[in-house]
Design a binder for this molecule. Structure first.
Ligand code: PMP
Length: 395
């Protein structure tokens, strides 16, 4: 046994939670991801999914994926750069660009690899990258991989962002990268204020729309569209793994920027292209969300209902304005316990602990889909209220 493996003998954090019977991870779902799923033969209401539009089991998407599998095969055996580009990838890029409202875009195999590859490709050693301190891990990793100088500001604190920007040279390239919807807390970036600061301090802006697409804006175009600021935001990234019922991600921008990224973004050039089935599924989901605005309306109806119910019952839900509802617990052990008790009571929710949040901000993340019913929300609120009261988290 080498020194390296010796180190991991002492890593027993997960085992502590397993012994306490509250380990919440890697539960196996035995079927499609709808509002109710079976796990180990146990039926639970699914309030831990990112499938906001509720499309993952949609037969039209499954059929589109099957047809692509039949036509193109199971994989592309190479990167987009070389042998891995299908006409289907190019079609998706054209439709995403139009949908988002930018000249052009690149589609990659995951959303994570978009942030991880694009940020370092854009910036050099004399540049600056400035992030909100709650930005997603993929933005953090992209920032770390960039040779640019790295700065961050307190979550959604525009005075703190301005304090950071004031110190930077006016002529330097400065990129602010921010989540449009914060993935754990459900609040929105203050894009109008960020855009004002962009002009005042001569910066560029990149917005992560992973949780905005299919939820905000006209036909689900995202938070930039919701604020009417698509033209002011220089780069928009998004994923296909949430509202678009597939896997993959994109970066959209002006023609010159995308031309540059197409030939320099390492996670685009040196990683295999997305599978035909996943690409066709994302394309079909993109059509459906545009054709069925009632889906997004249903998501908002059930979201507003759940927000009202949690507030009425005295839960602490922070500043959320989206289908992501954080139920604050503010204690790591209790967060695991609440998650386990909820699971036993038939409600699947996700624990959020550091590094996904600050230690004092631990929470369980409750998320809605367009396909949830108010009756399902009621059932979950009753079960969660009982647990939160018993654990002394709320009254
Ligand atoms: N950005 C944000 C804000 C996310 O929440 C996620 C996924 N949770 C990603 C990027 C990465 O996307 P994907 O899972 O599609 O790789």
């Amino acid at each position: 046994m080498g020194q390296l493996q010796e180190r991991f003998k002492h890593y027993r954090e997960p085992q502590k939670f397993m012994e306490a019977d509250v380990y919440p991870y890697f539960r196996e779902i035995e079927g499609k991801q709808g509002t109710e799923v079976e796990m180990g033969g146990h039926k639970v209401l699914m309030f831990g999914s990112n499938a906001y539009t509720g499309l993952t089991g949609d037969q039209r998407i499954i059929d589109a994926a099957k047809a692509a599998l039949d036509k193109y095969g199971s994989g592309c055996a190479g990167s987009r750069f070389l042998n891995g580009t299908l006409d289907l990838h190019v079609k998706l890029e054209k439709e995403i660009s139009k949908f988002i409202g930018k000249d052009d875009c690149l589609c990659l195999s995951t959303g994570f690899s978009v942030n991880q590859g694009v940020i370092p490709a854009l910036l050099g050693k004399d540049d600056y990258v400035i992030c909100d301190d709650r930005d997603h891990a993929s933005i953090v990793d992209g920032r770390r991989l960039a040779f640019a100088r790295q700065l961050h500001y307190k979550h959604n604190d525009m005075a703190d962002l301005e304090r950071v920007l004031q110190k930077l040279p006016q002529e330097a390239v400065k990129l602010i990268v921010v989540d449009g919807v914060f993935s754990m807390e459900g609040d929105l970036a203050n894009l109008p204020a960020i855009v004002e600061l962009k002009h005042k301090y001569n910066c560029s802006i990149m917005v992560d729309e992973a949780h905005g697409i299919g939820v905000f804006g006209k036909q689900g175009r995202g938070v930039c569209d919701h604020f009417g600021l698509t033209d002011e935001v220089d780069l928009i990234m998004g994923t296909f793994s949430k509202s678009l019922a597939s896997i993959g991600g994109f970066i959209a921008s002006d023609w010159d920027t995308i031309n540059y990224l197409r030939h320099t973004c390492r996670t685009y050039i040196f990683s295999a292209s997305n599978t035909p089935a996943a690409t066709a599924a994302a394309l079909e989901a993109l059509h459906i969300i545009q054709q069925e605005p009632e889906r997004i309306q249903a998501l908002w109806d059930v979201t507003n209902y759940a927000l009202k119910r949690f507030r009425e019952e005295g839960f602490e839900i922070g500043e959320t304005e989206s289908p992501i509802i954080p139920l604050y617990v503010r204690d790591v052990n209790k967060t695991f316990l609440v998650t386990a008790l909820a699971f036993k009571a038939g409600v699947f929710i996700n624990p959020v602990i550091p590094p996904a949040c600050a230690p004092q901000d631990t929470l369980v993340r409750y998320a809605l889909m367009a396909t949830h019913t108010k009756e399902q929300v009621d059932r979950s609120v009753v079960a969660l209220k009982k647990i939160f009261v018993e654990q002394g988290i709320i009254k």
